[in-house]
Design a protein around this ligand. Structure first.
Ligand code: SF4
Length: 202
C-alpha cells in the first residue's frame, strides 16, 4: 500500500543527499557509513514518502517501512541527482532498451515531451552510486518499473518491458544487491546480501 506522507525521520536526509551541494551530500553519506551497526540500506527516496516522483508525488510503501525499521537508510533519487527537477516530464526508454543498453551505449531515454534525457539519467545514476559507495551500502530497495530504479521491469515507449533502470543496472554492476519494493513485500530484506546484485517510472 502506498501513501504520500514522507517518513519524518528521513526528510532532512533526503534534502541533504539529493541537494545541489555535492560535497555536503558526500560528507553526509560518509557519516551514515561510519555509524555503528550494519551498512546502511540504499532506498529509492520516493519509497520512503519523499515527493520526488515526476509528478511531485511519492510511493511510500508499508513493506519498505517494515524492512528498514531497524536499519539506517540512504534515501536517493537518481533523477533529482541528474538535474531533472521535480515535477518533471516522465521518462521512458526508446525501443526495447533498458538501463543495461544505455550503459553500453546502445540505448536512449526520452521524456514525454520528446527530449533526450539519456545523459541526465546516466549522470544521476553516477552521482547516486558515488553516494551509495560513500555510505558503504551493500543492499538497495528500488522502485520497480522506474527507468532509473526498476529492478526487473521498466517503462519503455511501448509500455512496461523486462529490464533494469539505469541506476539499478549501474548499482548492480558495482556489486550492490538490488531488490524492488515488490521483492521486499514478498521476502523481506535478508540480513546479508547475496554474492552479486541482480523501482513505476520516477
Ligand atoms: S523511482 Fe523515480 S522518483 Fe523514485 S527514487 Fe527512483 S528516480 Fe526518484
Amino acid at each position: 500500500m502506498a501513501e504520500q506522507r514522507q517518513r519524518p525521520d528521513v526528510a532532512r536526509l533526503v534534502a541533504v543527499l539529493n541537494g545541489p551541494d555535492q560535497r555536503r551530500a558526500i560528507a553526509a553519506a560518509r557519516r551514515l557509513g561510519r555509524a555503528p551497526g550494519p551498512p546502511p540500506v540504499l532506498v529509492s527516496a520516493c519509497l520512503l514518502g519523499a515527493p520526488t516522483r515526476y509528478d511531485g508525488g511519492a510511493k511510500r510503501t508499508a513493506a519498505v517501512d517494515a524492512a528498514t525499521r531497524a536499519a539506517s537508510v540512504v534515501p536517493l533519487c537518481p533523477e533529482l541527482l541528474g538535474g531533472l527537477g521535480c515535477p518533471r516530464a516522465a521518462v521512458h526508454f526508446e525501443g526495447r532498451g533498458d538501463g543495461e543498453a544505455v550503459l553500453e551505449g546502445r540505448g536512449a531515454v526520452e521524456d514525454d515531451a520528446g527530449r533526450d534525457r539519456t545523459a541526465a539519467l546516466v549522470a544521476g545514476a553516477r552521482r547516486a552510486l558515488a553516494l551509495a559507495q560513500a555510505a558503504g551500502c551493500e543492499q538497495a530497495i528500488l522502485k520497480e518499473r522506474s527507468p532509473s530504479c526498476g529492478c526487473r521491469q521498466v517503462h519503455a515507449a511501448s509500455g512496461v518491458v523486462s529490464g533494469r533502470g539505469v541506476f539499478a543496472a549501474l548499482a548492480a554492476r558495482a556489486g550492490i544487491a538490488c531488490r524492488s519494493e515488490e521483492d521486499v513485500a514478498i521476502a523481506g530484506l535478508p540480513p546479508s546480501p547475496p554474492a552479486s546484485g541482480s523501482g513505476d517510472r520516477g
